[in-house]
Write a protein that binds this ligand. Structure first.
Ligand code: GCV
Length: 702
């Protein structure tokens, strides 16, 4: 008996120390696994016509997806550029060509045959990826008749990666761009990166941080950029570069970088010629100027238009464009920060050359968990605006918090500016339809890094995916996109898909609730933005301090942006001015963005503001509990490796959500002097403890 007992106890302890299960997908293949289930080519054979690099990529992608598996149908899947014979045979109509842009495609079935056609090979590639998506999200292929063009023309990933591979606001390891080993070492990651982007329609990349390094324009680095551009070109991706406005001085010792100086203009023209010699389809420049210490035309008393136009002129002969960022707030420290971009750019409306597009962050401050739309959208009818979204989670818990941002992106796109009456959405500003602009663009700040799963959290992949899908078609719903991503990445088991969707859809709102409910914003700790720091009040500029944004005092909380306060409401169309002027007509989720309200202010549900605020903090944490329990339920349907990664991240998220809640509630309680409402557990630590925490090595610092 004793021997049996010993054996059993050994067995138990062996089980307890068993090696964790790392089997199955580790996340490297993103949404291009093709093995969530085994699908067959939806035809008896494949005929990809053409001999370009892109048509070879198409063949390779079908081979990856289906191996030798074909359907029982006899027909052929033809992938071929449009011609009259195909149009007649597949009954595509006389004007099909006129309906397609250079990137558009059609997919049409006829009997057992199916056609993917387009005007260009890149269109064929997009059509092929679309068909693959239909197969792997299990859509019916009985009668297929699809015609699609992208709604926004330039769909660009902005990497905030430095030449030394540090990634500003990056939480997934080192930069994927190994500048030291380029141009010779063409790592597999570059190809897989290009495939992933092409599969969701991203057609531009900026590999270098907007806090730019002039060295990128030296001949040595341009060779490296060329190597990357050559890799991504057959995938339909154009190379753009962030540039340092002071490059003429830094690289060639010019006495000035004044945009009106002829020698400076000539320098940029020669540099453009040098770049296009190497990269004939180079997309253009991305510029952060006179913002957070970056040089710019303002250094010479010139305007943003002077600076942008000088560069635009240099790029114009080659059809290049300038993305000029509107993220500026440093020039007038007296003016409330949210006002500054509008005040600097609206007076310049109409002064930019026609190959300049002004790139505006979705909100007026800086990628907060929730912001109203930037009032610049709709306010510059004569200037095309690109929207900049942040895919990396600088202010949303880094890569350990599960935050599906499809809902945030959708909210940003669907916001109605009322600039030309109801229906003047931000999406229509960005796609050019509201003010009839042909130059259209959208940028996403990338969340990629060298971690095996690319983004540090399996679910953060869905944000890269959602950015691409919405950039292609902003009418897609966040829910639809989540569903697509789950089926291609995790599982097609219907109950599990539903559970995971129920985790993703409210996940961003949970973060708003446990970090910055009711319109609060910018309460993250200094510099690294990791964890709560609502008490921070000692930074160099007033508008870097969280206290600047919440303005809590014994009377109440929130920043007054009405006419009685900073008057930021005046920058919006009259429709919104009226609504934002009064707390009663301000959407609840933006209440404290626009108003400073007493702690006992009565909320629509009859609760006091204090009680409601605290309840939100607690609700956010309950949301994480809900996600944890749903994730346990789907375990049988998820690869062990993916399951484990998300399970551990959710544990971290739970600790940090409680930390956010407890630190924030305890801090605001020092002003409100009111109790935590009945029935809610007391905070776990003390305010002193939370205030004593420091994180000198938090990742991704600027
Ligand atoms: C690249 C915020 C971020 C910075 C970033 C800046 C920008 O301030 O914290 O890291 O710099 O935005 O968008 O330029």
């Amino acid at each position: 008996m004793r021997i049996l007992a010993l054996f059993l106890s050994l067995a138990v302890s062996v089980a307890a120390v068993a090696v964790p299960d790392f089997s199955g997908e580790d996340g490297y293949k993103l949404w291009q696994r093709y093995d969530v289930f085994n699908a067959a080519l939806p035809a008896g054979s494949l005929n990809v016509v053409g001999d370009s690099d892109t048509t070879h990529i198409i063949r390779d992608e079908f081979r990856r997806a289906f191996g030798n598996r074909v359907s029982e149908k006899q027909g052929t899947l033809i992938v071929q550029q449009l011609n009259n014979e195909l149009a007649a045979r597949f009954k595509l109509g006389d004007n099909v060509s006129a309906q397609l842009s250079d990137e558009g495609f059609i997919i049409k079935s006829l009997g057992d045959d199916m056609l993917i056609s387009a005007k260009t090979d890149i269109g064929l590639l997009y059509g092929s990826y679309h068909l693959l998506r239909m197969v792997f999200t299990q859509q019916s292929l009985d009668t297929v008749n699809v015609l699609q063009n992208p709604k926004i023309k330039r769909r660009v990933l902005n990497h905030w990666d430095d030449l030394d591979r540090h990634t500003e606001r990056g939480y997934a390891g080192e930069s994927i761009f190994d500048w030291h080993r380029l141009p010779v070492d063409k790592d597999q990651r570059y190809y897989d990166y290009a495939r992933a982007n092409a599969s969701i329609g991203i057609n531009g990349m900026v590999p270098l941080n907007v806090n730019a390094n002039a060295l990128i324009l030296t001949p040595m680095y341009l060779q490296k950029v060329k190597a990357l551009a050559d890799i991504v070109r057959p995938y339909g991706i154009k190379m753009y570069l962030s540039i340092k406005f002071s490059s003429p001085q830094q690289l060639d010792g010019l006495p000035t970088s004044d945009p009106l100086d002829p020698a400076v203009q000539q320098w940029w023209q020669a540099k453009a010629a040098e770049i296009y010699q190497l990269i004939p389809d180079f997309g253009g420049f991305l510029v952060k100027a006179n913002s957070e210490g970056q040089p710019g035309p303002g250094d010479y008393d010139r305007t943003h238009a002077d600076g942008a136009n000088m560069l635009a002129k240099a790029l114009k002969p080659y059809k290049g464009v300038v993305f000029w960022r509107a993220f500026v707030y440093a020039n007038d420290a007296e003016k409330e920060r949210s006002l500054q971009a509008f005040d600097e750019f609206v007076p310049l409306d109409g002064e930019f050359m026609d190959n300049v597009i002004v790139q505006v962050k979705n909100g007026p401050i800086d990628f907060q968990p929730r912001e109203p739309f930037s009032p610049l959208f709709g306010a510059t009818p004569n200037t095309p605006l690109a929207m900049e979204l942040q895919i990396t989670q600088e202010y949303l818990g880094f890569s350990t918090h599960l935050a599906y941002l499809g809902t945030l992106f959708e909210e940003a796109m669907d916001a109605d500016t009322h600039a030309k009456g109801p229906g003047s959405t931000v999406a229509k500003v960005v796609d050019g339809s509201l003010f009839n602009h042909q130059l259209t663009g959208i940028a996403g700040v990338a969340n990629t890094g060298m971690q095996r799963n690319w983004t540090g959290h399996i679910f953060a992949q869905s944000n890269w995916y959602a950015f691409g899908r919405l950039a292609w078609d902003h009418t897609l719903s966040a829910e639809h996109i989540a569903n697509e991503w789950i089926k291609q990445t995790l599982t097609v088991e219907p109950d599990a898909v539903a559970q995971i969707e129920a985790m993703m859809m409210p996940s961003r709102e949970y973060i708003v609730e446990y970090m910055t409910p009711l319109g609060l914003h910018h309460l993250m700790d200094s510099g690294h933005h990791y964890g709560p720091g609502p008490w921070v009040d000692n930074l160099g500029r007033a508008d870097w301090n969280p206290v600047y944004y919440h303005r809590a005092d014994k009377q109440g909380i929130g920043i007054d942006r009405t006419a009685a306060g900073t008057n930021a409401v005046s920058q919006y169309a009259p429709y919104w001015q009226e609504r934002f002027a009064q707390p009663q007509s301000t959407p609840k989720e933006l209440l404290l963005w626009f108003h400073h309200l007493p702690w006992d202010y009565t909320m629509p549900n009859g609760e006091t503001l204090w009680n409601e605020l605290v309840r939100y903090y607690y609700r956010g944490v309950e949301g994480v509990t809900d996600m944890q329990s749903r994730w346990q339920q789907v375990k049988p349907y998820i690869d062990a490796n993916q399951f484990r990664q998300v399970d551990m991240a959710l544990q971290i998220q739970m600790q940090e959500a409680k930390w956010w809640r407890d630190a924030s509630v305890l801090y605001f309680q020092t002003f409100s002097e009111r109790p935590i409402p009945d029935g809610l557990p007391k905070p776990e630590g003390s305010l002193d403890y939370y205030q004593s925490l420091t994180f000198p090595y938090a990742p991704g610092q600027g």
